[in-house]
Design a binder for this molecule. Structure first.
Ligand code: ATP
Length: 507
């Protein structure tokens, strides 16, 4: 039946074409009819599209709003690794939903919005879901990009429908609280500087209006949570007291946090006894929770591919490389290139071991992502402050590859581009922190000539120091080169043995 109805328009179009061809055949000018039909068709299509867009604004029938209100898996704070301070701050902020009587007694202004800020994959969405289950609230999640539409008013309509859905869902599930979570709030909440599109402004205005219309004594009580990686981009109106006035920083986890996250995500995985999560936590400095989850997942895939019963340390080590550097590529390098890459990587590794003994965790010649080889370093301890000597050493490690190529070939290659970028970024940090001979300066007041002059001087001085250091270890290069080319990979311990052996070689 349905098929027959759907076939009618096609049948009518077919018939019209036949009639037109017939009229043209008998000599009638059919162009006015064709043009009129095309115009009617375009108008009908536009009207239909417009009505679809508008129907989304009422919310009640939109597929989008239905998917948003789909039941989310309940997550407790105990499923979130690390982030102790952020969890604590969030739980405190949730008092507004959990202890409304006390809040009322003290005449405390109700909290309307909590903004979670921090790098991607650190668990902001998890936090919002955990907040909902802690406060026994219904949870509705949306992303800022869902509100972006070509048509003025559609985004604003979606905001309205989101709040309406939250209230309806809470009533349906007999809950007193609802939490609305908007991820990537910066998409709609960016600063309004006059140049913004009208549509964005309307969406943001609607969000502000809805927030202003929230009251502590209404049922259900609604709390808005939002997340962003770019807090500095947000419009002041969103951040003022009474709106998103509670800001919680969700940072990359420290070593203890990483270990906790690893423990949580290994609960459903068979691990070999030799696996030390503490060591993995040590080697994954700078990883987010999402990356740590990915390391365990990739490790499990490696173990499964090898038809092992359990995940071994080796699998996890490969998985760290994969998450850090990307998948192994099939780039075939010729023998000469391989030798150059090996010397380059040894240059990085030797400097690293000399300035920070015990810091190399792996030297590898397998091409991954954009790199033809790489050295994995093991941070010895978490650092939040960097001294001048530390930064200089870091630059020397970056320069080690290019210097090694110069020592053995007399010139550099394009393989050092990334290293130089890294080194120059560090020099920039040094300038910003007043650690250079430019003194304490504001970057915008430094002329390009002065800046590049200072950068050149620093890079040249450190290149000279790196060369002097590596020249004293030519033997180590020679002693390790063949082994690295042959095995493709040297563990940090193997590499340190090679350094010791080469020291004992006769001069
Ligand atoms: P984005 O800013 O990109 O939206 P996010 O900060 O919201 O990211 P989530 O979506 O909460 O990050 O986390 C993604 C996944 O990473 C989670 O599903 C979980 O598997 C893992 N994860 C991240 N942080 C943690 C954590 N602290 N504890 C446990 N798992 C975590």
């Amino acid at each position: 039946m349905r098929n027959r109805t759907m076939a009618w328009p096609e049948f009518a179009i077919g018939l019209s074409i036949v009639v037109l061809v017939f009229l043209a055949y008998i000599g009638i000018n059919v162009w006015p009819i064709v043009i009129a039909a095309a115009a009617i068709g375009i108008l009908a299509f536009a009207a239909q599209y417009r009505s679809k867009a508008t129907s989304m604004t009422d919310g009640s029938g939109s597929a989008r709003s239905k998917s948003r209100s789909a039941k989310v898996q309940s997550i407790g704070f105990n499923r979130i690794g690390g982030q102790d301070r952020a969890k604590h701050e969030l739980i405190e902020a949730l008092d507004f939903l959990v202890r409304p009587e006390a809040i009322k007694k003290f005449g405390i202004r109700p909290l309307k919005g909590i903004l979670l800020t921090g790098p991607p994959g650190t668990g902001k969405t998890l936090m919002a879901k955990a907040a909902a289950s802690y406060a026994d609230a219904v949870f509705l999640g949306a992303s800022g990009s869902e509100f972006v539409e070509m048509y003025v008013g559609v985004g604003a309509g979606r905001i309205r429908s989101l709040f309406k859905d939250a209230r309806q869902l809470a009533v349906k599930e007999k809950k007193e609280n609802a939490i609305i979570f908007i991820d990537e709030i910066d998409v709609i909440g960016g600063k309004r500087e006059g140049g913004q599109q009208k549509e964005y402004d309307q969406t943001l205005n609607q969000l502000l209006t809805e927030m202003d219309g929230l009251y502590a004594d209404e049922t259900p009580r609604i709390l808005i949570m939002a997340a962003t990686n770019r807090k500095e981009m947000l419009d002041g109106a969103l951040l003022r007291p009474g709106r998103f006035d509670r800001h919680i920083q969700v940072d990359l986890p420290d070593k203890k946090g990483r270990q906790h996250i690893l423990e949580l995500h290994t609960q459903n995985k068979p691990l070999a006894d030799e696996v030390q999560l503490e060591k993995i936590a040590e080697e994954t400095f700078g990883f987010s929770g999402a990356q740590l989850e990915s390391v365990l997942n990739e490790g499990a895939i490696y173990a499964m591919r090898e038809e092992k019963e359990q995940i071994e340390m080796r699998h996890l080590s490969l998985a760290i490389d994969k998450v850090m550097m990307g998948e192994k590529t099939d780039r075939e390098t010729n023998q000469e290139e391989r030798r150059r890459v090996a010397l380059h990587e040894l240059g990085h590794a030797i400097v690293a071991e000399l300035v920070r003994p015990g810091s190399v965790s792996q030297v590898s010649l397998s091409p991954r992502g954009q790199a033809l080889g790489y050295v994995r370093h093991q941070p010895q301890q978490e650092k939040y402050l960097y001294t001048l000597p530390f930064l200089e050493e870091q630059i020397m490690i970056s320069l080690g590859g290019a210097v090694a190529e110069e020592m053995f070939y007399g010139h550099r290659s394009t393989g050092s581009q990334g290293d130089f970028d890294q080194a120059l970024n560090i020099v920039e940090t040094m300038v910003n922190a007043g650690l250079t001979s430019l003194g304490i300066v504001k970057m915008k007041h430094v002329s390009i000539e002065a800046l590049s002059g200072e950068m050149n001087t620093i890079m040249e001085q450190l290149t000279t120091r790196t060369r002097q250091m590596l020249e004293q270890h030519r033997d180590t290069f020679q002693h390790s080169l063949e082994k690295l080319i042959q095995d493709e990979q040297l563990s940090g311990d193997d590499f340190r043995c090679l350094i010791c052996e080469s020291k004992q070689l006769p001069a």
